[in-house]
Design a protein around this ligand. Structure first.
Ligand code: AMP
Length: 218
């Protein structure tokens, strides 16, 4: 099964993937996570792309597409399938993903558009906390960790992403509206778009996805 998660920053793509990837035994590929790992590791690519992330802009298409290509090439033979989170983010990336998959004999089953209101995504992003060690996601009020500032999963320290501040969030929203939103039509045109209400809690979205997978919802 190959699923693309679509939706604004804060729609809950990472939370959904984290909650369901083991159940579906599927690879979760988040370009945001891959990019943050490059930056944290101080690699040549990391140094080159840090400024885009910190300003709320997009990393150039060819850089992210290369990351995805490498991941798919390395894992295609295990046939586990993929949940792409935060990729594609531009029309060029959407075409590139089709090509990368086709080169490995694969194609997307559907794109899940997680439709969320601006009010909800802003509340989610400003309260989001992430584990430094394992990347698990929490929220100050919606999903607090049992012990303040400490990850429930691995005991690591929780932090606020540098791009989760109000000013950068607004920039990311306008980049989303201009460059990423048109992709919804790309998948609609391919007859592969499924939409879920992502204003609800994480468990409702998880159940909606499971219903789609069981063929109960179109
Ligand atoms: P995310 O964790 O998905 O919110 O991504 C964090 C940041 O990483 C974004 O604001 C972009 O700067 C960068 N990024 C993540 N995925 C992509 C992508 N597919 N294309 C370009 N930039 C990306």
């Amino acid at each position: 099964m190959i699923i693309v998660l679509l939706g604004a920053p804060g729609a809950g793509k990472g939370t959904l993937a984290g909650a369901i990837k083991d159940e579906l035994a599927i690879h979760h590929i988040s370009t945001g996570d891959l990019i943050r790992a490059e930056i944290k590791g101080g690699t040549a690519i990391g140094l080159e792309i840090k400024r885009y992330v910190e300003s709320g802009g997009l990393v150039p298409d060819e850089v992210v597409t290369r990351m995805i290509e490498a991941k798919v090439k390395a894992t295609a033979s295990d046939k586990k399938g993929y949940m792409f989170d935060g990729f594609p983010r531009t029309s060029a990336q959407a075409s590139d993903l089709d090509k990368v998959l086709a080169a490995n004999g694969l194609s997307i089953d559907f794109a899940l558009y997680m439709e969320a209101s601006l009010e909800v995504v802003l509340q989610r992003l400003t309260g989001r906390r992430v584990c430094k060690k394992c990347g698990a996601l929490f929220h100050l009020t919606n999903m607090p960790s049992r012990k303040e500032g400490i990850c429930d999963v691995c005991g690591g320290e929780l932090y606020q992403r540098t791009d989760d501040n109000k000013e950068t969030i607004m920039k990311r929203m306008s980049v989303y509206n201009e460059q990423t939103r048109p992709i919804i039509d790309f998948y609609k045109g391919q007859g592969k778009l499924k939409t879920v209400n992502a204003d609800t809690g994480a468990d409702d979205v998880r159940k909606a996805l499971l219903q789609i997978l069981n063929g109960k919802k179109s």
